[in-house]
Design a protein around this ligand. Structure first.
Ligand code: N01
Length: 578
């Protein structure tokens, strides 16, 4: 393997090494360096956290970032077709009104490079880079009960100590390279979409395989098919895709939004999913066939997430209601794909919306092209092994020059476990979470003092427009730390009871929906051996209700938390109170 600073093709068993390759700048073991706070990750979350702690609270803070640039998700995921599925005018920071006014997005759903440019602009605008150490991959995070400090170490041999650690590691960061027999034997080039070479990949005249048909595969397949000589898509579970209907943003629309941003911000902060969308206040079962068709057509023509997050209000709860919505999408697939046999393979059987909704641009149309073949695990046979020449599935060997793994992530918990976090008594987070994550409000963990997670498991996180949830967490954490500093408190951690109650609340709520009935990464079901447990949070009033609840917790003197203060006579522990 090469030692370059950016990912290139790799042998799949070296995937973790590829993840590290960005961090090639090694240094000798440096002496510990102390900061008030260490923040892990320089994406949307880590950048705002740094700005908040440093510029609002005047704290010393250091961001440790594995990549050699800011951007997080948008730094790493550079696969063909990578773009945002959230409208650009709300997929951004909203905390600075001037920033909102000065930045203009070109498209409804901008491409990866435009979002990365935006984040680089923000890093420069708020002068963040001097406080970010790039090329530093954290591999050990240990709490010392005698000093009430964390020691954070990196693969590069650095050590930092800090009063607070904030994990801004993202929900979808740890790539999932499947353990398929023979995976290292392939003689061609292999790529995982989440570690795409910065120089791009030329598919011209190549026989290409794409494994995976989630939101990433759905974006990549149409673009790769334009270039490749032959593209074969290996599908394990079909996706329900809804058209993105991407396009340039009308300058008049931008002007109107800029004039009305306060209202937009208020809307998304109070909304269910962080979008300017809410469910229709009606059951699909009560609507006439004509009315349903009209509404479905309207949402379909509008494109984007409205069909998913603005549909009839029983779609997520009632199988009969969901069947009606699912059937509408199935009809669209049948009418788009020319070959009825291929169309049937592309039609899902699980409940619509219970896996993450991919937005498509010509995905189904791509299967009408002569150079595109679909190999469906159910009807053609599953992948059996990777061979020197390609992929064997259903007893047949398919030969390729390039295999693209669009196989997703160890979502929500993978990146946190990689930090090897040890709390009180050397308790390991990885062991604690063997049966699935437990985290009070999705922000803090009992036994792990002064450790905060931005968009952690059991918070709305990836079940919301993520920047909205990031800003809410950053602002709540900032206020919490400010409270501690005002009151000379040394540590904060939730009680076991509060954490347990929160975990039960999360499961009780999601159990009212159809989501747990479908195997998805939301349920941890995409990773062999991972506990099946809902990883996010869907509350009765969504991200708006969750925000209000978090604010109430702090208004009640941090209900459910325990603080300790260190005086001359040792450490005094108190239940939360200002
Ligand atoms: O990953 P996925 P993704 N053999 O896990 C298949 C976000 N995102 O990267 O469904 C064969 O959804 C797997 O099959 P199955 C978004 O939140 C955002 O596509 O598990 N196949 C599935 O088809 C999204 O949800 C944007 O049966 C295997 C696919 O690989 C999240 O990222 C854009 C396999 C993985 O789908 C993850 O999406 C793109 C195996 N061994 C993504 N293992 C934005 O717009 C897995 N698969 C911001």
């Amino acid at each position: 393997m090469s030692n370059s600073q950016t990912p290139t093709a790799f042998t799949p068993s070296d995937f973790s090494a590829v993840q590290m390759r960005e961090t090639a700048k090694s240094s000798d073991r440096a002496p510990p360096t102390h900061f008030d706070a260490v923040i892990i990750g320089a994406g949307f979350a880590g950048m705002y956290m740094l700005h908040s702690l440093r510029d609002k609270l005047g704290m010393s803070a250091r961001v440790l970032e594995a990549g050699n640039g800011v951007g997080g998700t948008w730094y790493w995921n550079r696969y063909p077709g990578a773009r945002c599925d959230t409208p650009s005018y709300i997929y951004c920071y909203t905390f600075d009104r001037n920033l909102l006014q000065e930045w203009e997005w070109s498209e409804r759903y901008p491409e990866q490079d435009e979002i990365l440019r935006y984040l680089e602009h923000c890093a420069d605008r708020f002068d963040l880079k001097p406080d970010i150490d790039f090329g530093k991959r954290v591999n050990s995070t240990v709490f010392d009960e005698t000093t009430n400090r964390w020691t954070v170490r990196t693969e590069q041999g650095d050590a930092y100590t800090a009063r607070y650690v904030i994990a801004a590691t993202g929900c979808l960061t740890a790539g999932n390279m499947p353990k398929i027999k023979g995976i290292d034997t392939f003689k061609g080039r292999s790529y995982h979409t989440s570690r795409w070479p910065h120089s791009g990949v030329d598919f011209t005249a190549k026989r290409v395989a794409v494994i995976g048909t989630g939101a990433t595969g759905v974006q990549a397949v149409p673009i790769i098919a334009q270039q490749a000589k032959q593209l074969t898509v290996f599908q394990r579970t079909p996706a329900y895709c809804v058209p993105a209907r991407n396009g340039k943003v009308d300058p008049e629309v931008t002007k109107a939004r800029h004039a009305n941003y306060d209202q937009v911000i208020d809307n998304i902060r109070k909304s269910f999913f962080g979008f300017e969308l809410s469910f229709m206040p009606k059951s699909v079962l009560e609507a006439t066939q004509e009315e349903r068709e009209r509404e479905f057509d309207r949402m379909w023509d509008q494109g984007g997430f409205e069909f998913w997050l603005g549909n009839y209000n029983d779609m997520f709860f009632d199988k009969r209601a969901n069947d009606i919505v699912s059937d509408y999408v199935r009809g669209k697939i049948r009418s788009t794909v020319n070959d009825p046999v291929v169309a049937e393979k592309l039609i899902p059987s699980y409940a619509y919306g219970t896996k993450r909704q991919p937005l498509d641009t010509n995905y189904y149309e791509t299967f009408n092209k002569r150079n595109v073949l679909l190999v469906d695990a159910k009807t053609d046979g599953p992948i059996e092994e990777i061979t020197e020449k390609g992929i064997r599935a259903g007893g047949k060997e398919y030969e390729f020059d390039i295999i693209v793994y669009a196989t997703g992530f160890d979502a929500m918990t993978g990146a946190l476990k990689a930090l090897d976090i040890k709390g009180r008594g050397g308790r390991s987070l990885t062991q604690l979470w063997e049966d699935g994550p437990a985290a009070y409000l999705g922000v803090t963990i009992a036994g792990f003092p002064n450790l905060f997670m931005i968009t952690g498991p059991q918070s709305p996180s990836a079940f919301s427009n993520v920047p909205v949830s990031i800003e809410q967490h950053v602002e709540w954490i900032t206020e919490c730390i400010a409270h501690m500093r005002r009151n000379h408190l040394t540590t904060i951690e939730p009680t076991e009871q509060a954490q347990e109650d929160w975990g039960k609340h999360v499961i009780d709520l999601v159990s009212m929906t159809l989501v747990p009935n479908t195997d998805s990464w939301y349920m941890g079901a995409n990773i062999p051996g991972k506990a099946h447990k809902f990883l996010a949070y869907i509350g009765p009033e969504g991200v708006g209700g969750y925000r209000r609840h978090c604010d109430e917790v702090s208004a009640k003197g941090y209900e459910g938390f325990e603080f300790a203060s260190q005086g001359q006579g040792g450490t005094a522990r108190t239940m939360a109170a200002e």
